[in-house]
Design a protein around this ligand. Structure first.
Ligand code: ASP
Length: 477
């Protein structure tokens, strides 16, 4: 018989249907056995009464076994209706069952909230953790958020365009993951920290409106709740000002929250715009949490932080670095300060903050070669280094680059805040641990001698007798 998804059983009162899924719980009440069967759509209570074929086969069945049950859907009597279940108005009386697969006892209880379970265990058995109701809900919410964003942008005429993962460095301020090249001994690809340069080059290419839901890689020391790979909604538009970006993103966020988060409340609409200087003065941070009730997980306080400084001085050697990245446009009123007091120059840069977290950031970009050259010079890059690292960008700017700007939103953090979760790991299907390990797959791991040879790498002795490339100048923070 054709399978019915569990949530649809409420429409099938009086009908015989077949459901398939995992045994969530089993309760024996005297002679009667109750099984709560779970699939992705919900949980259905199934009753096994003596005399049926199903009843004869029920005795070995344990939690997490995979079974197919055929039976009749009945309305529950009024007083047994359970509002907490999607199928709370019905139950099934089992007629026959088929065991599709047995399961070992799971290392933790899946029918409960797994937040209290040791996280290493949850990550090792992530496929079991994802069966739990809260985790499945988070993953489905994430899917719905991404789907919403895609549809919103398609409707606004954006093109979804993929950009390479095997590429050259793009400065977003973090250490990069490198991939050795087999074909070119001693050379490496770099995994992108963001598609920044590609999206700008797509504007030069005349694509006008680009977006991508894209993985970004940053090899950072694990401070706070960060992941070596994470997902951004990345977009770029030509012929725009800051206002065009606000007017695109703000309604998207408002609609998304109103449609997907039940009982959500906004602290303020439209989102307040606070200058960076004001934020630092008033809140001592550029990520203020403006909620009235800081412990309310359904209150959402968005605000824009605008007019951030173009540069700051790095903590280590007090060198000038870009606050955002070196492609950000200085505000025209401040350009004359570039040589005298560069730290006072404001950028056309904006961040979107939600409940104290930065959930998006972007800027209007430089699209003229002379300004870009000047910024690289101020950042301390020699002509040789500028050409080696960014020559392709500078060259592109000479072929009719349109004015352009964009933004990127960290989807993991956005979903976590909207889901009321404290850690982004709770809304990622397969996250890594705080120290960048994938406990389920066992990554990172060693590779064979042969693989190393293929990519011309000798472990430990690799630096012997070789002249190492001098370190690149740090340009972003
Ligand atoms: N590429 C930037 C980032 O990842 C975002 C942007 O400027 O659009 O932070």
């Amino acid at each position: 018989m054709q399978r019915t998804q569990i949530k649809d059983s409420v429409e099938k009162i009086g009908h015989q249907i077949t459901v398939m899924g995992w045994v969530n719980t089993r309760r024996d009440h005297g002679k009667i056995v109750f099984v709560d069967l779970r699939d992705r759509s919900g949980i259905l209570q199934i009753v096994f009464v003596p005399g049926s074929k199903a009843y004869e086969k029920i005795s070995p069945i344990r939690p997490e076994w995979v079974i197919s049950v055929t039976g009749k859907i009945k309305a529950r009597p009024e007083k047994l209706v359970n509002d907490k279940m999607v199928t709370g108005t019905v139950e099934m009386e089992a007629e026959d069952i088929e065991i599709l697969n047995e399961a070992k006892t799971s290392p933790f209880e899946i029918d409960k909230n797994t937040l209290g379970v040791d996280e290493e265990l949850r990550l090792k058995y992530r496929y079991l953790d994802l069966r739990s109701e809260r985790m499945a809900k988070n993953i489905i919410l994430r899917h719905n958020i991404v789907r919403f964003m895609r549809e919103y942008l398609y409707a606004k005429n954006f093109l979804e365009i993929e950009t390479p993962f095997l590429t050259k460095s793009t400065p977003e301020g973090a250490r990069e993951y490198i991939v050795p090249s087999r074909l070119y001994p001693g050379e490496f690809y770099v995994l992108p920290q963001s598609p920044q340069q590609f999206k700008q080059l797509l504007m030069v290419a005349g694509m006008e409106k680009y977006f991508q839901v894209v993985r970004c890689f940053r090899d950072e020391d694990q401070r706070g709740d960060r992941q070596p790979e994470f997902t951004q909604l990345d977009l770029e538009m030509s012929f725009v000002t800051q206002d065009d970006i606000y007017n695109l993103i703000e309604p998207m966020m408002i609609d998304l929250v109103e449609k997907l988060i039940p009982d959500a409340e906004f602290t303020a609409k439209p989102f307040p715009k606070i200058t960076y200087a004001e934020a630092i003065e008033k809140y001592k941070t550029d990520k203020p949490d403006l909620r009235k009730n800081k412990s309310d997980k359904k209150e959402f306080a968005f605000c824009w932080i605008v007019d951030a400084p173009l540069f700051k001085y790095s903590k280590t050697d007090k060198k000038l670095v870009s606050s955002h990245h070196p492609f950000t446009m200085p505000q025209p009123d401040d350009v004359e300060l570039l040589d005298s007091e560069p730290e006072k120059v404001r950028a056309y840069a904006y961040d979107l903050v939600l409940n104290g977290f930065e959930v998006a950031g972007g800027s209007i970009r430089i699209h003229k070669r002379d300004i870009q050259d000047k910024i690289f010079k101020l950042l301390g890059l020699s002509e040789e280094e500028t050409t080696r690292r960014f020559g392709h960008m500078l060259e592109a700017f000479e072929y009719g680059a349109p004015p352009h700007g964009g933004i990127a939103s960290g989807i993991d953090r956005l979903v976590a805040v909207l889901a009321g979760e404290d850690a982004i790991r709770e809304v990622m299907a397969f996250p890594k641990t705080g120290d960048a390990k994938d406990l389920m797959m066992g990554a990172p791991s060693q590779v064979s001698e042969h693989q190393l040879k293929d990519v011309h790498i000798t472990l430990r002795k690799e630096a012997e007798g070789k002249e190492l490339k001098t370190d690149d100048t740090i340009v972003g923070d």
